[in-house]
Design a protein around this ligand. Structure first.
Ligand code: FAD
Length: 547
């Protein structure tokens, strides 16, 4: 039987190759940027390795607003290029991952005193730049229609606009990009940290030293070109090695709050603006509504940033003013998350006004850094960085990226999501799964649901729920270990299943069951199991809001 490259054994084989081979390209960082570069590079025929110090999506790529969006806001600053690129990328991403990129209607309420004409002018331009489809194109809503979508919205509403964007599960999307790269031959491993750069006599970078953080094993990796794609860590990793980039990074923290949709009724997504100048958005996902986001300069530790009280109060106020009749209080918050935007510093510009463009710097021979950018534009960033590094490659790079056509794992489903969902629902219903579980599985797994069903055919325990009332099944843990490189409890609960952020009790009720399944699959002894539970419980506390 062939070994899956994203299985525990596949990872060990990748590590063995890293110790033995010399790579065309070595990528440090398994966020969406690094995973996207690895995928593009392997599809162009390069010999590629990628290491990630924790887990794919551990950094900003699991803590974004989870939108694949056209960036209509950037029209205000005249960044037409970014709007055009983001807006057109939405279609490409929807094509390669129809199971993970879901349409989301965005509503812009127009209040007394606001100018509908101004909004419409912006959206006419946006639709043109985005080449919006009929479904995506903006439409006018009456005040009654706005209220139907948003019964708790403040008044007096004059009218509104609605237009089409997309929502994703950023962490799974990142994992699927990394997995796709590995399935095409890239050597990829999580829980491996780059500890330093290695230089030859001419002071060129010829690879790195690395540490497997699960075993403590240290080793060297040889590469013609190394790309530092470590997002918020990009500057630190250079300075630790006495190197520097031509420009500085500015980290900006954005937090989100999660509420129950039964308390905060929002059908789709809505842009929020209050008379006292607060702004943000509220987005429906399953039985939850999340509200974001802040944009505050951040200078503390980069690993696992937390939502601070001031930011929580700011968003809570935004919710209270925007939805007065929902009577939302702090105790209604189910959870929170915080992420860091690695922005390119521009003197005199606030974090909000700092452009979301990416920059690629050649640090020295053999070493490049990519920073900035957006999840939505990751494919284009990969294309840009590869074109830039190709000038330093000994052989010519295939000019054309194939990432536009090659479907991501799980994405080989009917492009009409409703058809696919109907088919999946009927299959899972016959197997006795509750409708909430079916909805979640359909939204996250695409064709991988067929693998879950196959597990169930061999042993029906894999179709059992993880704990009473949790809309997730045991087979997901098996899939995550065997084909998604989940090696710790947090890898599964946070970045494979999204139970940490989108489950009423953050998956805590299922923790013993998940730990038992992972122990059996990964050979943990009792001590390791306990240590995993302890470490995950500590991580999970970061999404709780102190009352
Ligand atoms: P990261 O995801 O942070 O990845 C860097 C990785 O490098 C990490 O996993 C880290 O563990 C690893 N690493 C660090 N040091 C080492 C080392 N020494 N060795 C090995 N690995 C290492 N974009 C959108 O398109 N849509 C949105 O809705 C959106 N919302 C956002 C909301 C917020 C609050 C924020 C902060 C950003 C948002 N973005 C959004 C932007 C988007 O999330 C980021 O641009 C993107 O996730 C950055 O990905 P990255 O791979 O560059 O960084």
């Amino acid at each position: 039987m062939s070994i899956h490259p994203f299985s525990p054994t596949g990872r060990i084989q990748a590590l063995d190759s890293m110790k033995e081979e010399s790579f065309d390209l070595l990528i440090i960082g398994g966020g969406i940027t690094g995973s996207g570069i690895a995928r593009d590079a392997i599809l162009r025929g390069l010999n590629v390795a990628l290491i990630e110090k924790e887990d794919f999506g551990y950094g900003t790529s699991s803590r974004s607003s989870k939108l694949v969006h056209g960036g209509v806001r950037y029209l205000e600053t005249g960044n037409i290029r970014l709007v055009k690129e983001s807006a057109t990328e939405r279609k490409v991403l929807k094509h390669i991952a129809p199971h993970l990129i879901h349409p989301l209607n965005f509503i812009i309420p127009v209040f007394q005193g606001d100018s509908l004409i101004k909004y419409r002018a912006g959206f006419i331009l946006f639709d043109r730049l985005a080449k919006s489809t009929k479904k995506e194109k903006h439409k006018k809503l009456s005040a009654t229609e706005v209220k139907k979508h948003l019964p708790h919205l403040r008044g007096p509403v004059k009218s509104g606009l609605i237009y089409g964007e997309y929502i994703t599960e950023d962490a799974r999307f990142t994992v699927m990009n990394a997995r796709s790269a590995a399935e095409h031959g890239a050597k990829i491993a999580n829980h491996v940290k780059a500890t330093g750069f290695r230089f030859n006599n001419h002071d060129s970078v010829i690879g790195i030293t690395a540490k497997n953080t699960l075993t403590g094993d240290t080793f060297k990796i040889d590469a013609k070109i190394t790309i530092n794609a470590t997002g918020p860590w990009a500057e630190n990793i250079l300075t630790k090695n006495n190197l520097s980039a031509p420009e500085s990074l500015l980290l900006s923290k954005g937090i989100h709050l999660v509420f129950p949709a039964e308390k905060l009724a929002v059908t789709d997504a809505v842009l929020l603006n209050t008379p006292d100048g607060k702004s943000g958005f509220a987005i429906r996902r399953w039985d939850f509504v999340y509200v974001g986001t802040t944009d505050i300069i951040y200078e503390e530790k980069i690993d696992q940033p937390e939502s601070d009280e001031q930011a929580i109060q700011h968003l809570l106020e935004l919710v209270k003013i925007s939805f007065p009749s929902a009577h939302i209080e702090k105790e209604d918050i189910i959870g929170t998350w915080a992420g860091l935007r690695p922005l390119i510093k521009q003197e005199g510009k606030s974090t909000r006004d700092t452009p979301r463009d990416d920059e690629i710097w050649k640090i020295k021979e053999g070493l490049f850094t990519i920073a900035g950018g957006k999840l939505t534009t990751y494919r284009k960033m990969a294309d840009r960085v590869l074109k830039k590094v190709s000038k330093d490659m000994p052989h010519k790079l295939n000019d054309n990226s194939r990432t536009k056509e090659v479907i991501l794992p799980g994405g080989d489903i009917d492009e009409d999501y409703d058809n696919y969902k109907k088919e999946m629902t009927s299959k899972f219903k016959q197997l006795g799964l509750p409708s909430k579980t079916i909805e979640r599985l359909a939204w996250l797994y695409g064709s991988a649901n067929l693998e879950l069903i196959n597990y169930g055919k061999k042993d029906d325990k894999w179709l059992e729920e993880l704990a009473p009332g949790i809309p997730a099944i045991k087979g997901e843990v098996k899939l995550a270990v065997e084909k998604e490189m989940a090696l710790t409890l947090t890898d599964f609960i946070d970045r494979r299943s999204s139970l940490l952020l989108f489950e009423n009790e953050h998956g805590q009720k299922a923790i013993n069951e998940i730990a038992m399944i992972m122990s059996n699959l990964l050979g943990w002894d009792e001590l390791e199991k306990e240590s995993q539970i302890l470490s995950h419980t500590k991580n999970a506390r970061k999404v709780l809001v102190k009352q």
